[in-house]
Design a protein around this ligand. Structure first.
Ligand SMILES: [Zn+2]
Ligand SMILES: [Zn+2]
Ligand SMILES: [Zn+2]
Length: 395
């Protein structure tokens, strides 16, 4: 990772050296701005300043992605400090920040946030980054530089109050201060939204089962969103929705419902491999062609702020019950999409499906998922065998 810049979250100014940031934070202008934002006197001396391990060479070598959406919260009145990772919506102590930023979960959230195309379609949870991300992820790192770390200079009482709080508790308190909320929003990296990704002409991945997703939006605060996947029976935070739809967990539930017996038992799929990848893509493209636009629309529920905060989005059953009763009151249809299971799918050449669909649309309505032979897999195996054979011959 390249050079990291440092931002003052209160003044929205940027520095390239720790000593310049320290000098800024001891200045009268910065201290006055803090007093205005927090509406209380803050510590006037130079006080404690956090040790920023992330700017050290070793950390820069280990972290794969540019820093983004990361706030270091500290107070000069105490030597404790913590980080907020807005990409993962997690609070992290300084002792774990390096392992967090180099973790596969953060890596996946970074990709989902900035460019979902770099995730692998139907990714399987794994400790191997190659199983999660497509190889071109490396290019983005160089282009985007080292990124920026925001530092938030807090009054001592506010920092102490949140030493043991969760990410959402800290953010709830920060959001109650309108000025601070605006400052945080000003530098928050823009997330790729599900609708934007769905309409993106450069989208690389099929999106299956969109009709089973429910998007709950808070009226007047559209950045507040929660999702339900009624197929997998899960609630999901906004940062997790795209990576969920691209995950094998979701793709598996989709095929189990719409094309039963197409896939083997879930435990049979343990590792990501080229054959697994092309199989899943082939089946996904078939089902997209069979179901066409019926696949496309996510359901939306708009909730007034008091209703939005009253729904328990940590529990799927509670959230669904609450949302269904609201829909019922408004005489709207249920959020559950009924499924008519189609035929078992087998691997086939995609041109064959297109041709079949064109022919049947001239004659009669399409019956989903005709079963064909497994010659695609023979074709793959033959090709692989042939490549190995020729490489041996060439030695
Ligand atoms: Zn400042
Ligand atoms: Zn993170
Ligand atoms: Zn799902």
């Amino acid at each position: 990772m390249d050079r990291i810049s440092l931002g003052c979250q209160v003044c929205l100014s940027t520095f390239f050296e720790v000593r310049d940031l320290k000098r800024h934070m001891s200045s009268r202008a910065h201290q006055q701005k803090c007093t205005d934002v927090f509406k209380q006197d803050i510590y006037k001396g130079s006080g404690n300043f956090p040790f920023i391990a992330l700017v050290r060479q070793r950390a820069k070598e280990e972290i794969r992605q540019p820093l983004t959406g990361l706030t270091l919260c500290f107070s000069r009145e105490t030597d404790n400090f913590f980080y907020l990772c807005h990409l993962c919506e997690e609070k992290c102590p300084s002792s774990r920040i390096l392992s967090h930023l180099t973790s596969i979960d953060h890596c996946r959230n970074y990709s989902s946030h900035t460019n979902p195309n770099v995730l692998r379609f139907s990714w399987i949870p794994s400790n191997n980054v190659k199983d999660i991300l497509r190889p071109q992820v490396g290019h983005g790192v160089k282009e985007s530089g080292g990124g920026k770390l925001q530092l938030l200079d807090l009054p001592g009482n506010l920092l102490k109050k949140h030493e043991t709080s969760s990410y959402s508790e800290v953010m709830r308190t920060f959001s109650e201060n309108e000025t601070l909320l605006k400052l945080l929003e000003a530098v928050k990296p823009k997330r790729v939204m599900m609708q934007t990704y769905q309409r993106d002409g450069n989208r690389k991945h099929p999106l299956l089962g969109m009709q089973h997703l429910v998007e709950c939006i808070c009226v007047g605060q559209t950045e507040k969103r929660h999702y339900l996947c009624t197929l997998c029976q899960l609630t999901l935070a906004a940062h997790a929705i795209i990576k969920h739809v691209l995950s094998f967990d979701h793709v598996f539930c989709y095929f189990r419902a719409w094309h039963p017996h197409t896939l083997l038992a879930k435990e049979s799929y343990k590792a990501y491999s080229p054959v697994f990848s092309s199989t899943m893509l082939n089946l996904a493209k078939q089902t997209e062609q069979i179901h066409g636009t019926a696949n496309a629309d996510m359901k939306q529920v708009s909730l007034e702020p008091t209703k939005f905060t009253s729904v328990n989005f940590t529990c799927y059953a509670d959230a669904l019950k609450e949302l269904e009763s609201i829909r019922n009151e408004n005489k709207e249809s249920s959020l559950i999409t009924s499924v008519t299971p189609g035929n078992k799918l087998a691997l086939k050449k995609l041109e064959t499906i297109r041709k079949e669909n064109e022919e049947s649309s001239l004659i009669t309505s399409v019956m989903p998922g005709n079963k064909l032979g497994m010659y695609f897999i023979y074709f793959l195996t033959f090709n692989l065998g042939f490549t190995i054979y020729t490489s041996i011959i060439q030695r």
